[in-house]
Design a protein around this ligand. Structure first.
Ligand code: NCD
Length: 432
């Protein structure tokens, strides 16, 4: 393998057309470098983005390796243009100890396709009763800064307060799955006209919004950082906007599917559209798109939730919530943010890479190429489209809601510390 690469002629986001010389995993020069003997990668017509960073990935290992593993999940990440993913804590066993988070980080390093930053659980076993060993996870070799009971809401206000106070001591954050459980008992989909028509129990928007409103006040009170996972409603946006205007330490992510799909999809009764929080109304989709463009919503996060066939190929009410996201997120983001003149690549880089890297504290990621920075970036063909074929995805699971859809832009190559995890649109067989 050649340690020296010359990426020629890419349109570098934020800079313009230039060549990038990579040596020893880092950017050596940007401009018109000459490098005799370098492996030359022709990037003419391609856009170079800082490698994408996902704040919310379910890798399913340990425990549900029939749905995804750290290896297959990070291969899917690389194929989607990601160089780093934050692995959610709802594994089996739960990532609520230093041992489990270190295991996940080690599996990520061994696979080599993307940096895997484990997220620790807030509460023991995600049960919402006692704080997990947050300090031990923070001090561990996995250096956990972000904690979440995702899949479950930290609904006890006292526990949430203590968690926010605790992580504040090391500048950490709590990523809240905002869902008041008493308001969503038995819920199957968004509460509204479609749920009424179909006779399915509804998950009302206020179950999310009421927790966000409470946690904004708690974060303000203790001076802690709360991050809201997968926000899905227009009113959530307004509460967060107001909180930010007051200077509360609050950040928020939105998922690609909430930027594109609506609860009308439930008419199909296809459980591939069942997700938590549920697909909402067209007005919510419009508000989330606008908030992402504006920056009230800081980042796109996939909530990549692979499920084995037996958990999805069943009736709607028995199916698990969740959908794949890593391999389609960039395309959906471009489609959702795109104006008539095509993608605003600087905005795409901001929301899918630079800002999520900052929120996760991953300082080697989300960086525009400059001499000395790690060579973590992705090359995208802005003119090519592709059709989603579930069996062709790198993920071990196939529960994508975009099957058969033609999506804009393709990932041509992804580089992690200068090594190609994806080249010519194909995932590298192995990373050595
Ligand atoms: C998540 C999963 O499958 O782990 N599913 C989802 O629909 N987002 C957990 C969850 O938030 O329910």
């Amino acid at each position: 393998m050649n340690d020296v690469k010359l990426i020629k002629g890419a349109d570098i986001v934020g800079r313009g057309r230039a060549d990038v010389l990579v040596r020893g995993g880092r950017v050596a020069e940007v401009g018109t470098p000459s490098a005799v003997g370098a492996e030359v990668i022709d990037a003419d017509g391609l856009v170079l983005l800082p490698g994408l960073v996902d704040l919310h990935t379910h890798l399913r290992e340990p425990g549900r390796e029939d749905a995804e593993t750290v290896l297959t999940g990070t291969r899917a990440a690389a194929k989607g243009g990601y160089t780093a993913v934050c692995a959610m804590a709802n594994s089996y066993p739960v990532a609520d100890t230093a041992g489990v988070v270190e295991q996940v980080a080690t599996l990520g390093r061994a696979a080599g396709y993307a940096d895997v930053q484990p997220i620790g659980a807030v509460s023991v076993g995600l049960a919402g009763e006692r704080l997990a060993e947050i300090g031990a996870m923070a001090d561990s070799a996995a250096h956990v800064r972000m904690f979440s009971d995702d899949g479950h809401c930290v609904h006890d206000p006292r526990l949430m307060r203590r968690a926010l106070e605790y992580v504040k001591t090391f500048d950490g954050l709590i990523a809240q799955h905002a869902e008041e459980p008493r308001l969503t008992e038995g819920a199957q989909m968004n509460e509204g006209a479609v749920s009424a028509e179909l006779g399915l129990p509804g998950w009302p928007a206020v179950a999310e919004e009421s927790v966000i409103a409470r946690d904004v006040l708690l974060a303000e009170y203790v001076g802690g950082h709360v991050h809201f996972c997968h926000i899905s409603t227009a009113r959530s946006v307004e509460i967060i906007r107001e909180a930010k205007a007051r200077g509360v330490r609050v950040t928020a992510e939105v998922c690609p599917h909430h930027l594109l799909l609506t609860d009308e999809k439930a008419h199909t009764y296809d459980p591939v559209y069942k997700v938590n929080p549920p697909l909402r109304s067209g007005a919510d989709v419009a508000a989330l798109r606008a908030a992402l463009a504006e920056g009230v919503v800081d980042a796109v996060a996939t909530d990549h939730a692979p499920h084995a066939p037996q958990d999805k190929d069943c009736e709607w009410s028995a199916a698990r919530p969740g959908m794949l996201g890593l391999e389609t997120a960039l395309s959906i983001t471009v489609a959702a943010l795109g104006g008539p003149g095509g993608a605003d690549w600087d905005l795409v880089a901001e929301r899918t890479s630079r800002t999520p890297a900052r929120i996760a504290g991953l300082s080697a990621h989300g960086r525009d190429p400059e001499p000395g920075t790690e060579a973590n970036f992705t090359l995208v063909d802005p003119a090519e489209t592709w059709t989603v074929v579930p069996t062709e995805l790198a993920s071990l699971s196939q529960n994508t809601p975009y099957a058969g859809m033609e999506l804009p832009v393709t990932v041509q190559a992804t580089f992690l510390r200068g090594r190609a995890t994806v080249l010519d649109g194909k995932v590298a067989e192995e990373i050595k």
